[in-house]
Design a protein around this ligand. Structure first.
Ligand code: FE
Length: 332
């Protein structure tokens, strides 16, 4: 009796551990865990599949996947910025995924052509100004901020941040290297202060009147929206008479070494679905990749905007040129 009980328990353990292997996915992510954990809980309730997060900085996680190769537990690599996703693709750590659902849910310009990575939220980078000093009619494009009329009125985050590299890359694609360098040099000439190390710091400097205008990702402004201290910060959609406001992505791809590629793809498909998009994008006040999703009051308040439809993989392709350009323009 005792022996058969033991046997039964050991059989259960074996089957439990086998089931766990199938029912567990691992994401290596540079995105803040609290932004995605509620969704993964929802996914577990829905499918029984537990999703584990291993958090870290994107370059280290990419390197780790490459070094671990066949031994890696990473089924999915998730990060922000098309430039970083593109690098992961170039590094050979992502699998080409051909999924009808992903291809339908995510617009073509927000994903890799061969299916290595997919945009799961949009991150617009645009102009924010101090409404005590500037009115929206005075603003138009990123290029206009290079005009001497903004001398000593512009604050910027450092060009070493990938967000600015990707913005510059989009400008190189649209206007060419030489014109973009002139624009960036104009920005540098107009700086009222040293460059800042975060979008939040630069927004606070604009609100405090150290400068009148800046360029940031909109979710940083959304985070300050409920604080009356910063009520003089207002958003202007850049480039509305031209190619539209610069849009980057957060996104993910299935790793080349995953043993659960089918299940990993299904998870990405779900994250791109209408059911998950509101929470995925809304957690960080970003924009969903598909239309018709509720974006909440703050984002709605900014109104709709025309977005630059550049293939975001070009933000990766032109990243090196963007770095060189910023150096040549002495944009620190
Ligand atoms: Fe950010």
């Amino acid at each position: 009796m005792r022996f058969s009980q033991l046997l039964c328990i050991s059989v259960l353990l074996v089957s439990c551990s086998q089931a766990k292997d199938v029912d567990l996915l691992t994401i290596y992510t540079s995105r803040q865990p609290q932004l995605i954990e509620p969704l993964l809980e929802q996914y577990k309730e829905k499918t029984g599949i537990e999703v584990r997060l291993l958090s870290g900085k994107a370059p280290q996680l990419m390197e780790r996947i490459a070094v671990e190769s066949d031994m890696t537990e990473a089924d999915i690599f998730m990060t922000v910025d098309a430039g970083v996703l593109w690098q992961a693709g170039e590094k050979g750590i992502l699998e080409d995924i051909n999924s009808k659902i992903l291809n339908e849910n995510i617009p073509e310009h927000l994903r890799d052509a061969s299916g290595k990575w997919f945009g799961l939220s949009k991150r617009a980078r645009t102009i924010v100004y101090n409404s005590d000093k500037v009115s929206t009619d005075e603003l138009s494009s990123y290029k206009d901020l290079a005009d001497p009329k903004w001398a000593n009125k512009l604050c910027l985050r450092t060009s070493t941040k990938v967000y600015n590299r990707s913005l510059i890359a989009s400008m190189i694609d649209a206007d060419g290297y030489k014109n973009t360098k002139n624009i960036v040099q104009g920005w540098v000439n107009n700086l009222a202060t040293e460059v800042f190390s975060s979008d939040t710091q630069v927004l606070k400097a604009v609100s405090a009147g150290q400068c009148n205008v800046t360029i940031v990702n909109t979710y940083y402004l959304a985070r300050l929206a409920d604080d009356p201290t910063y009520s003089n910060l207002k958003l202007h959609w850049a480039n509305q008479d031209g190619r539209g406001t610069h849009v980057n992505i957060s996104g993910a791809g299935v790793t080349k070494y995953s043993k659960n590629k089918v299940e990993a793809t299904k998870l990405l498909e779900w994250l791109s679905s209408a059911e998950a998009q509101e929470t995925y994008a809304g957690a960080n006040k970003e924009f969903p990749v598909m239309d018709g999703i509720d974006v909440g009051q703050i984002l709605q308040g900014w109104g709709s905007f025309k977005e630059d439809l550049i293939l975001v993989e070009k933000l990766g392709l032109l990243q090196k040129e963007a770095v060189l350009l910023a150096q040549e323009a002495e944009y620190k």
